[in-house]
Design a protein around this ligand. Structure first.
Ligand code: KDG
Ligand code: MG
Length: 405
């Protein structure tokens, strides 16, 4: 019996302001590892998938055999892909990298080939009901040293806009126990974004990267128009311009604009982005550790992307726990074709439940030098915050038609 044999695993669901699902794996030698399994609005589906169907298959396996366990869970289930399955596999994979790092006495980024850069550039979220409020927020981020800032503003004539929060520095889109409803008008939205970017360049200058997220709400030709309209302001990227199930639809956007495109925060596997990458239809791939099968599978996606000059831009919203954030930072530090990392910052309650070694300084982050991922879960504290149902809003056109999420 080896000390790296998996002897136990448990799922911890906690809600320090928002829900998180964490897998903790134990080995015979006493070394433990953690993995994030949070799927916003569908948390308990992943918790159950892990407890009922994955953990029983893990007991007795060698924690060192990360690739084999990944293949076993992916191919062995027969039912491949999908957000629930891939988040569960990601949690196992992340926990096994954590264990391997702790046994080796090395931070995970060293196991991934070592640092390819000194630190990882991150972008913060500036948003407001009006352009003026958004610019005020952006100025605060700039003063804090951020080199990249995402701008989202309310749309005049629409009473609420997804992605626009009411508080500085924190943003929680899963806002109710049943989905709330936002209204959408592409015409109003398309008129509102160019003035936001014009005002931002005026106030912030040209030495800061500006980003924008469309949240899949435009048709390809509308996205082409917006990309073209924003070209004078040189955005770093336009994110999730249009739903990406039909990967070929990005050809149409590409034909009309040189504004860089980012997509992929809801992708689960390399198959979701293969055509986008191989046809060079995007510039940044947003897949991240928790929803795309863990560090092992994300590295495979990044390797494909590297062949086609596509860089990484991992999703890093607050519904990705500090465990995912730590894993993403180890990945980001090591991967050759890194672009940028999203950083939405967690609340103090969340940070207390997940003590971590990663740090922010001058617009960049570093995963720290602790062996493994450098993050853990305080289970006693986590137990004080029971699960609360919370859903993302749905989106309707002004005539009541269901629109993109
Ligand atoms: O769970 C959904 C959020 O993570 C997502 O809406 C945030 O679009 C988002 C982003 O870019 O961070
Ligand atoms: Mg997004």
């Amino acid at each position: 019996m080896s000390s790296s044999e998996i002897t136990g695993a448990r799922v911890i669901v906690t809600c320090p302001g928002r829900n998180f699902v964490t897998l903790k794996i134990e080995t015979r030698g006493g070394v433990t590892g953690v993995g994030d399994a949070t799927l916003n609005g569908r948390e308990l589906a992943v918790a159950s998938y892990l407890s009922e169907h994955v953990i029983p298959c893990l007991i007795g396996r060698d924690a060192h055999r990360i690739e084999d366990v990944w293949q076993y869970l992916y191919k062995g289930a027969y039912w491949r892909r999908g957000p629930v399955t891939m988040s569960a596999i990601a949690a196992v994979d992340t926990a096994l990298w954590d264990i391997k790092g702790k046994i080796a006495g090395l931070p995970v980024y060293q196991l991934l080939g070592g640092a390819s850069r000194d630190s990882v550039m991150v972008y913060g979220h500036a948003n407001g009901e009006t352009i003026e409020q958004t610019i005020d927020e952006a100025l605060k981020y700039k003063a804090e040293g951020y080199k990249a800032i995402r701008l989202q503003s309310g749309v005049p004539g629409l009473r609420s806009t997804y992605g626009v929060s009411k508080t500085f520095g924190y943003y929680e889109p899963a806002d109710a126990a049943l989905p709330t409803e936002n209204l959408w008008s592409s015409e109003k939205y398309l008129r509102s974004v160019p003035p936001l970017f014009a005002a931002a360049r005026e106030a912030l200058g040209w030495d800061v990267h500006l980003l924008h997220d469309i949240h899949h709400r435009l048709t390809p030709i509308e996205a082409g128009r917006l990309g073209k309209d924003l070209e004078p302001y040189r955005p770093f990227w336009l994110e999730d311009a249009t739903p990406a199930e039909n990967q070929a639809s990005f050809r149409l956007i590409r034909q009309h604009t040189t504004t860089p495109l980012a997509v992929g925060e809801i992708f689960n596997t390399i198959w979701d982005c293969r055509q986008l990458i191989e046809e060079q239809l995007i510039d940044y791939i947003r897949a991240t550790v928790v929803h795309a099968g863990g560090i092992t599978h994300l590295r495979r996606i990044a390797s494909l992307a590297d062949l086609y000059n596509v860089r990484t831009g991992c999703h890093g919203a607050t519904d990705l726990s500090p465990v995912c954030m730590a894993a993403a930072l180890h990945f980001d530090l090591s991967v050759p074709n890194f672009g940028v990392q999203e950083y939405m910052r967690h609340t103090a309650e969340t940070d207390a439940v997940f003590p971590h070694a990663y740090t922010f300084s001058n617009g960049s982050m570093h995963p720290g030098e602790a062996p493994g991922l450098g993050v853990d879960i305080d289970e006693a504290l986590a137990a004080k915050y029971p699960y609360r149902p919370a859903y993302l809003p749905v989106n309707r056109l002004e005539d009541g038609t269901m629109h993109s999420w």
